[in-house]
Ligand binder design. Structure first.
Ligand SMILES: Nc1ncnc2c1ncn2[C@@H]1O[C@H](COP(=O)(O)OP(=O)(O)OP(=O)(O)O)[C@@H](O)[C@H]1O
Ligand SMILES: [Mg+2]
Length: 277
């Protein structure tokens, strides 16, 4: 028994030798639970709470609070995203796609719930698709609870339009489209509002649900405000050249964290999708 212990320790030490040290966490991204910080606990507790209906989330393919066959690939993605972002000291992640309906909003929310299942994380989802917003509808939020574009325009305080979904997950959503989304996504008031979200609520990760790239310049205008981007492609609908062009465009302005192939109908068991079912 003792020999096994020693061998295990040796193996662990050896693995640790060549490991790249994690980059120091950026200002405001220190990992600590909200409850351990009374000031932070107070500002989070003052946000409007909203608990989404589990059946509605299931209908929208958002595995929020349960582990099932849908949550497994998302949890695997979460681990890769968190590791890459931590290693690089990144905290802002945009999720976009070449064309519409690839699953950006679904993925943004799935990933956020998955991250929120780790209590040491704090996650904010900010909806930046200000033309066809869908976060509020996906979560089943009631009217009037959140129109975050008003905070981005500097017309309302940010806390009026942020909603607490779990102890460590908040959302800034929109029920209506905004006026002049392109200009708004490049404005100083938008930058100030996002800085304030970070300074006040200290999210370890902020996920921005973006519009598709091939229908407007919103994503390109906003790209330099994020640390990295995930590009979502839909199986049987997004072409390789669309992915290729969009990846190249994003890479000119920010880091491409990866490409997610969504809506695959035919996935083999070798990908582990049936493991827990
Ligand atoms: N992995 C998936 N499997 C099956 N259906 C999915 C999957 N991901 C998303 N969908 C469905 O596809 C539709 C579009 O999803 P979603 O709204 O997330 O896409 P989007 O890229 O945000 O769209 P838009 O470009 O309009 O913002 C929704 O009905 C959603 O439930
Ligand atoms: Mg969307």
């Amino acid at each position: 028994m003792e020999r096994i212990q020693v061998a295990l320790e040796r193996a662990r030490a050896k693995r640790g030798q060549g490991k790249k040290p994690a980059a120091p966490a950026a200002e405001g991204t220190k990992q600590s639970s909200i409850k351990g910080d009374s000031e932070l606990a107070t500002v989070w507790s003052e946000l409007k709470p909203f608990e989404p209906d589990q059946d509605l989330l299931n209908e929208h393919k958002i595995p929020a609070f349960e582990r099932n066959s849908l949550s497994t690939p998302i949890d695997m993605l979460r681990t890769k995203v968190l590791q890459a972002m931590r290693d690089n000291g990144w905290s802002r992640l945009a999720i976009t796609s070449p064309n519409a309906s690839c699953g950006k909003t679904t993925l943004s929310l799935c990933l956020a719930f998955s991250i929120a299942r780790q209590p040491e994380q704090r996650v904010a989802v900010i909806e930046m698709d200000l033309r066809r917003p869908n976060v509020a509808a996906s979560l089943g939020m009631p009217r009037g609870i959140s129109q975050f574009s008003k905070a981005l325009e500097g017309r309302d305080p940010i806390n009026e339009h942020l909603v607490r979904i779990t102890d460590n997950m908040l959302v800034g959503a929109n029920l209506h489209s905004a006026r002049n989304p392109s200009e708004l996504l490049q404005s100083d008031t938008m930058r100030e509002a996002l800085d304030e979200v970070e300074q006040t609520y200290k999210p370890t990760i902020t996920i921005f649900d973006m519009p598709p790239m091939l229908v407007s310049d919103d994503m390109m205008g906003f790209a330099d405000s994020v640390d990295c981007t995930l590009l979502v492609a839909a199986a049987e609908s997004t072409s390789i050249s669309e992915v290729d062009n969009c990846e190249r465009e994003i890479a000119k302005r920010t880091n491409v964290l990866g490409i997610v192939l969504n809506k695959c109908r035919y996935m083999g068991k070798e990908y582990g999708y049936d493991y827990y079912s």
